[in-house]
Design a protein around this ligand. Structure first.
Ligand code: PGU
Length: 403
């Protein structure tokens, strides 16, 4: 008999979105005619712009020719895509050989766990994207789960709520190796300012901690005074790793393409550049992103592609606006939605799974309960604005009727 991996067994909840999908299936069994609308998982719904599809097709055709066929590519990514990301998304603040192409940021989040020993201590924003906790638990970094407070022992949960303008209180932070920060934030939809990021970078530099900065939603920032990358902050290259993704900004959730930035000056305590170990991990557990997906990535970063993906994001932001109007008309306060595709609704003290079930059963609306994002998420509901416009309009109507 094979022994079960106790680290995986320690992960308590089912992965949040799996749990929601199960409840959705159960409802469909009970009410097979229900016309469900998803405001739940942050998955894109609009078609990928034509010019990007054209680049996939051209690349695929090349693979069917003797001259154009390519097998394994560069494990760290197509050099021209690495250059383009450095140039367009980081204004050459980051050098292209510090950018590592991946099959999406969740996959890199998993592989990142190999970089750090199981003794590393970590801090996360609470609420936060559940994969940070899940990946940390399953890689043996967190210790036991405390059923009394819903927290893992070696994780410091940093409450981010309206009371502190969604910025963690760094005074309460004990010595910590890794701090996960997501901005624009999933689930709250709020964005950290330059001044807030400066505080984080200063703290990480003083303490020798690393920041893992998730910028999956950077393409939704419309307020030009807000930072799209942690590297807009001086000194961040010594302390921060950044995760990026084309999933949400260009409809690549199914295509799978992202990147991780590891600046060459980022070093472990023994002086080893983190990049050295990352290259080992990437070439051992990954053989590089699909060449078809990478051709699409180059198309996204062309002039025409940039305009097309900005329009996609704008469309989702307008959806967020439609949902916000419906919610506010029922006197609920909500956050986010202006520079992020999520609305974070204050549900006036109602338990979030209770309201989730009510909206599912009565309104056939799938949402995400705030409690699924961490203890401080209780009392909130996340609405995703990634639906098709007709569904969003219908969902707004149903929300007005049920809330
Ligand atoms: N980072 C953040 C902050 C995310 O919210 C998501 C997806 C990812 C990374 C994953 O990006 P990929 O590049 O596509 O791997 N969040 C969605 C999807 C849920 C899930 O299971 O990943 C969400 O609804 O929160």
């Amino acid at each position: 008999m094979v022994e079960r991996n106790s680290d995986i067994a320690r992960y308590q909840a089912d992965y949040l979105f799996v749990d929601i999908a199960r409840r959705k299936e159960r409802l469909l069994q009970e009410q097979p005619d229900a016309k469900l609308i998803s405001l739940g998982i942050g998955d894109t719904t609009e078609p990928i712009p034509d010019m990007i599809i054209h680049s996939f097709v051209e690349q695929a055709k090349q693979l069917g020719t003797t001259k154009g066929y390519r097998g394994y590519g560069a494990a760290l990514g197509d050099p021209s895509l690495r250059k383009k990301i450095a140039n367009i998304l980081y204004q050459d603040r980051i050098s292209s050989d510090d950018i590592f192409i991946s099959d999406g940021s969740k996959c890199d989040l998993g592989r990142l766990q190999f970089l750090f020993g199981s003794h590393s201590s970590l801090a996360i924003q609470d609420p936060s994207y559940p994969a940070y906790v899940a990946a940390s638990v399953m890689s043996g970094k967190t210790g036991a789960y405390n059923t009394d407070n819903g927290q893992y022992r070696n994780i410091t949960y940093l409450p981010c709520r309206p009371e502190n303008a969604f910025f963690p209180d760094l005074e309460i932070l004990p010595e910590t190796d890794l701090i996960y920060i997501c901005s624009p934030n999933n689930p709250t939809g709020t964005v950290l300012t330059h001044a807030q990021l400066q505080k984080l970078v200063k703290m990480a530099r003083e303490r020798g901690a690393f920041i893992i900065f998730d910028s999956a939603y950077a393409g939704f920032i419309r307020d030009s005074s807000l930072p799209k990358s942690i590297y807009e902050i001086e000194g961040a290259q010594d302390v921060a790793i950044e995760l990026g993704s084309f999933s949400k900004t260009a409809g690549f959730t199914g295509v799978r393409l992202g990147w991780t930035v590891i600046p060459k000056q980022l070093c472990f305590d023994d002086g080893t550049p983190v990049q050295n170990d990352w290259s080992k991990i990437v070439s051992t557990f990954f053989n590089g992103a699909s060449n078809i997906a990478q051709a699409g990535g180059l198309a996204i970063l062309s002039d025409e592609g940039i305009t097309a993906s900005q329009s996609l994001c704008d469309l989702y932001l307008e959806n967020a606006n439609i949902l916000r109007e419906a919610i506010e008309s029922k006197n609920y306060t909500c956050f986010g939605g202006e520079n992020a595709p999520y609305l974070w609704v204050d549900i006036k003290g109602e338990p979030s799974w209770k309201l989730f079930d009510k909206l599912l059963k009565k309104g056939h609306l799938v949402t995400t309960p705030g409690a699924g994002f961490g203890p401080a998420g209780e009392g909130f509901l996340r609405l995703s604005a990634f639906g098709r416009r007709v569904n969003i309009i219908e969902a707004a109507q149903r929300l007005k009727e049920i809330l």
